[in-house]
Design a protein. Structure first.
Length: 387
């Protein structure tokens, strides 16, 4: 019977994995190494940004502002200038990443107009970091000035209103799901998606290629077994192992990196199974297309790692990439799983909330698996049993 042929193949694959130290190393060590390496290396938060300050005002108000900036964990005042032009030389020597220039009439404008302008000079050689530094500085100075202005607002309220001066406007944003705006809560769930896709495709991409390379494919081909049974027997063991690894790295992200988990664990496990199914199906398809394990591993890494990082929304918003690449991102399983895992862990999204992305994973996985089964043939070819 068809059902009785799959378990022996699955047991054979399990034994092969357990007897192969290289596979065991990949299965148990690589995900943890990647999680810790990427989890600490990829950090979008800037801290201890080196600043140069040119205080032309030299008043208590300007010194208070500089002291507040230096006391922040985001900035560190490492240089003080007498002339604004000196900041250019500090940039050239890479001493500072940004400069704050306080004008001479800073205190007078602050008392008279209840607002003052501060110059910010930023090293734009790294555009992304420069934008973040600019936002940090602007937000910090605006918050500090609002607090400082609030202290004297009562004393000058009547005079200011009489003069028709515009009052200070303080915005109080409310952030949902990630109140501290910690980039770790954004990056780590994405790393789970990358590791699962890469590992799942990598493990299954060498299965059929290994049989071809070692010459044992003929033994399978002469047996009364169907292509679907071979694919299922070789996929199920890796599905079990990959699911265990997925739960392990989710636990590492939650307990070690302190990523919140507000949703349903059952919902996440179900969607993890669907995502792993697509990854394993891709690996099986790759395995049917190549003849050696080395080529299979290289192809699986090329098809999973780079597209997942660049086009899935892991770091760069999908809306910011060209329209053609946005369409390509829709066929990437990681694009849908990133929405799922971030929604479940950070937002507490439920199964009905994410059903469209779950359906997309099912559709992509089925297409890949059907192509793999169609591609795989049980007939020996003219060149020594190539499937």
């Amino acid at each position: 019977m068809m059902g009785s042929r799959i378990p022996p193949l699955a047991r054979k694959e399990f034994k092969h994995i357990l007897r192969d130290p290289r596979s065991l190393w990949i299965i148990f060590m690589l995900p943890n190494v990647m999680m810790f390496l990427f989890g600490y290396a990829i950090d979008l938060d800037l801290k201890d940004v080196r600043l140069g300050v040119c205080d032309l005002s030299r008043t208590p108000q300007s010194r208070e502002l500089v002291a507040a900036i230096d006391a922040s964990s985001y900035f560190s005042v490492v240089a003080r200038c007498e002339n604004p032009e000196e900041t250019e030389r500090l940039f050239e020597r890479r001493v500072i990443r940004a400069g704050v220039i306080i004008p001479r009439d800073f205190a007078r404008e602050l008392e008279r107009e209840r607002r003052a302008t501060v110059g910010i000079v930023i090293d734009g050689s790294d555009a992304n970091s420069a934008s973040i530094v600019q936002n940090y500085l602007e937000a910090f100075i605006a918050t500090h000035s609002a607090g400082a202005g609030g202290a004297g607002e009562g004393r000058a309220a009547a005079g200011a209103q009489g003069a028709g001066a515009a009052p200070l406007i303080a915005a109080r944003p409310v952030v949902f799901y990630n109140r501290t705006l910690d980039s770790t809560n954004f990056i780590v769930p994405g790393l789970v998606a990358i590791v699962m896709m890469m590992l799942g495709a990598l493990l299954t991409s060498v299965t059929i290629a290994r049989e071809k390379e070692t010459g044992t494919m003929e033994q399978i081909l002469v047996s009364p077994i169907r292509p679907f049974e071979v694919i299922a027997g070789k996929t199920l063991p890796y599905l079990v192992l990959a699911f265990s690894i997925a739960m392990m790295i989710v636990a590492v992200g939650h307990f070690w990196f302190k990523v919140p988990f507000t949703g349903s664990a059952a919902a996440l496990m179900l969607y993890c199974l669907l995502y792993l199914f697509t990854a394993l199906a891709l690996g099986i398809l790759i395995s049917t297309l190549v003849s050696t394990q080395q080529v299979a591993m290289m192809l699986s890494l090329m098809l999973t790692l780079l597209p997942t990082i660049m086009l899935s929304g892991f770091i760069f918003p999908i809306a910011s990439i060209p329209r053609v690449l946005q369409l390509v991102s829709l066929v990437l399983p990681a694009t849908h799983f990133l929405v799922i895992i971030r929604g479940v862990m950070l937002k507490g999204s439920t199964l009905p909330d994410l059903w469209m992305h779950g359906a997309a994973l099912v559709g992509i996985g089925l297409i890949l698996m059907i192509l793999a089964v169609k591609r795989f043939s049980l007939k020996l070819g003219a060149k020594g049993g190539r499937a």
